[in-house]
Design a protein around this ligand. Structure first.
Ligand code: GCO
Ligand code: MN
Ligand code: MN
Length: 398
């Protein structure tokens, strides 16, 4: 395929990132082992740079094996930094693996064993030191083991309180270091635990408001995690944006109701992906999301290494194509007309609802609001949605 304007190019402002664990995924699943060689981090960086990515994100143990000595760690980090320099890739986000080792089998920050919680906090601090060394500004927390199979094990209120204590401890520690890091908490309803605490972005947004340094903490919503239980990623992300809490994002594809598939972005629910990109790019109004567009997905198990790079390019191209289509959709005069048609009485009536006052109350009571008249017309969303679909299907190019 010859290059076109949908190919990613960081020198033109594209900021796409992938996890080391995503393009490095060797294709193992619960029913079978790896099908691809495990590429070294340096080889992954070269592949990502060639594919047009802006940066790479990592778990501590994607780079440094669990239990490595300080000397080993420093040697590995030095090699990785060299590869970053030669490829020009950035590391905007770092995260901590608080799920693979058996010590976390019953949770990390929510473990009933305070020693495990302390170990998890210590591991997270070391991962943040690594992140800072590599230039990361955002630290993602995905509590894969923070949950239960049987609620006989603990009162979930204890779990939530212990998680709060750990986050409060860590944000205070970050402030003590004088760093300006931000935390992005990632929700998931289940898998690997039967049920994971703080199951959705909405649960997370409330939890964050109970934290000591809530201003440092936002969310990292993931398409798959919102779609697994059939929720709307667009609504979750919009709520986060409205609260200035969208600190990071995990883009991928997912069929509703399945295990976490981590498919190539846009390869499922293309319409959901279109409205998500429209929201992130701000083509329908409001400023665009300013952070990197991160993909937390991996290639099909059918693929060899070449297929991994097809996968990575596909994620970025789909995003750019959708961004282009969304922009064109929002410039369409019929689209604008339908939106205007439905958005009525903003000034005269909307203003009265903005805040309560006795004068406002009186004015509201006096309004001539006849429900029969207000109900007496359709909203033209069939036409609006068909237009969205036609843009999505490639009609009306510009
Ligand atoms: C998953 C999660 C993870 C996290 C990652 C970053 O379902 O496995 O999405 O991939 O995003 O651990 O913290
Ligand atoms: Mn996931
Ligand atoms: Mn994720």
């Amino acid at each position: 395929m010859s290059p076109d304007r949908y190919d990613p190019d960081p020198s033109c402002g594209d900021r796409f990132t992938f996890g080391l664990w995503t393009v490095g995924n060797p294709g193992a699943d619960p029913f079978g082992g790896p099908v691809r060689p495990r590429l070294e981090p340096e080889a992954l960086l070269e592949g990502l740079a060639a594919a047009g990515a802006y940066g790479v994100n990592l778990h501590d143990n994607d780079l440094i094996p669990f239990g490595a000595t300080a000397g080993e760690r420093d040697r590995i980090v030095a090699g990785f930094r060299k590869a970053l320099e030669s490829t020009g890739l950035k590391v905007p986000m770092a995260t901590t693996n608080l799920f693979s080792h058996a010590v976390f089998r019953d949770g990390a920050f929510s473990s009933s064993d305070a020693q495990v919680r302390a170990f998890a906090v210590r591991k997270a601090m070391a991962a943040m030191e690594l992140g800072v060394e590599l230039g990361a500004e955002t630290i993602v927390f995905w509590g894969g083991r923070e949950g239960s199979e049987t609620d006989a094990c603990r009162d979930p209120r204890d779990a939530i309180r212990w998680m709060r204590e750990c986050f409060d401890f860590l944000t205070s520690w970050v402030q003590d270091q004088g760093w300006s890091l931000r935390f992005a908490l990632e929700a998931k309803p289940n898998e690997p635990r039967g049920d994971i605490y703080l199951a959705t972005t909405g649960h997370m947004l409330h939890f964050i408001e109970t934290l000591e340094h809530a201003e440092m903490v936002g969310v990292n919503p993931e398409v798959a995690h919102e779609n697994m239980p059939g929720l709307s990623m667009v609504h979750g992300v919009a709520q986060a944006m409205e609260a200035d809490k969208l600190f990071h994002i995990d883009l991928n594809g997912q069929k509703i109701g399945r295990y976490d598939q981590d498919l190539r972005f846009g390869s499922e629910d293309l319409k959901g992906a279109f409205f998500l990109v429209r929201l992130l790019e701000g083509t329908g109004g409001y400023p665009a999301y300013s952070g990197p567009r991160h993909f937390d997905a991996h290639a099909y198990r059918t693929e060899d290494v070449a297929g991994v790079w097809d996968f990575a390019k596909g994620c970025m191209r789909t995003y750019k194509i959708l961004a282009h289509r969304a922009k064109a959709f929002d410039l369409n005069s019929e689209v604008q007309e339908i939106l205007r048609f439905n958005r009525r009485a903003e000034k005269e009536v909307g203003e009265l609802l903005k805040s309560y006052s006795s004068a406002g109350l009186e004015a509201i009571q006096k309004l001539d609001l006849d429900p029969e008249i207000l109900a007496d017309r359709g909203h033209r969303y069939e036409r609006l949605d068909q237009l969205a679909m036609e843009y999505l299907m490639g009609l009306h190019h510009e």
